[in-house]
Design a protein around this ligand. Structure first.
Ligand SMILES: [Zn+2]
Length: 201
């Protein structure tokens, strides 16, 4: 049995975990989230030291905006919050960060063990088998093992859209970057990765 998430429900799942960690002790956090014990313990201890006081208000604002747009694919977690939580640091394994972000094991394995840190020729070959007018969209920072990965699609991490439907995602990125300014250079107005046939030439 599978259940298709929306971009909103996929993002809410992460924000709910962070909210839960905000009032957990590091010991409880590790026990409750055995798939990413170091990261959950770290986040709980940062909340305990009051180092994350601005993270939950930002994530709640991001959730409200995403709920209003109701995109089919989850935008990247607010880059400022991700930085504060330690997601971009190299202190935690790809597996811990990936499982925290609800990435499927098949895609974490491909990212981590085959070192597919970005879209490569295999993704592009898959893309070239598609109809011209369809574009591929993924959560920024997430690299699927295949653009046809069923689990990633069910978790609202990837999807195919018509060119006309991209406007919704562009508007959402625009509003998120206005409402939640941040200094991360790689993620300015960049909450999605978008691949089209045209970019291949
Ligand atoms: Zn996969």
């Amino acid at each position: 049995m599978s259940f298709k998430m929306t971009g909103y429900s996929s993002l809410k799942r992460i924000v709910d975990i962070i909210t839960d960690l905000s009032h957990s002790t590091p010991e409880c956090a590790k026990e409750k989230y055995p798939e990413f014990p170091s990261l959950s313990g770290h986040i709980a201890s940062l909340f305990l030291k009051d180092h994350l006081h601005d993270v939950l208000p930002r994530l709640r604002l991001q959730l409200r905006i995403v709920e209003r747009y109701n995109p089919p694919i989850r935008p990247a977690l607010d880059p400022y919050s991700s930085t504060q939580l330690g997601i971009f640091s190299k202190n935690f394994s790809d597996w811990e960060v990936g499982l925290f972000l609800n990435y499927p094991a098949c895609c974490i394995r491909s990212f981590s063990e085959e070192v597919r840190y970005g879209f490569d020729s295999r993704h592009l070959e898959e893309l070239s088998s598609l109809r011209e007018e369809v574009v591929f969209v993924s959560t920024a920072g997430f690299v699927p093992h295949s653009i046809f990965c069923k689990e990633a699609s069910e978790r609202a991490l990837i999807g195919f859209l018509k060119l006309d439907d991209l406007q919704l995602l562009n508007d959402l990125e625009e509003e998120l970057s206005r409402a939640l300014p941040h200094p991360h250079p790689e993620y300015q107005k960049h909450y999605y990765d978008i691949l089209t046939h045209d970019t291949q030439h």
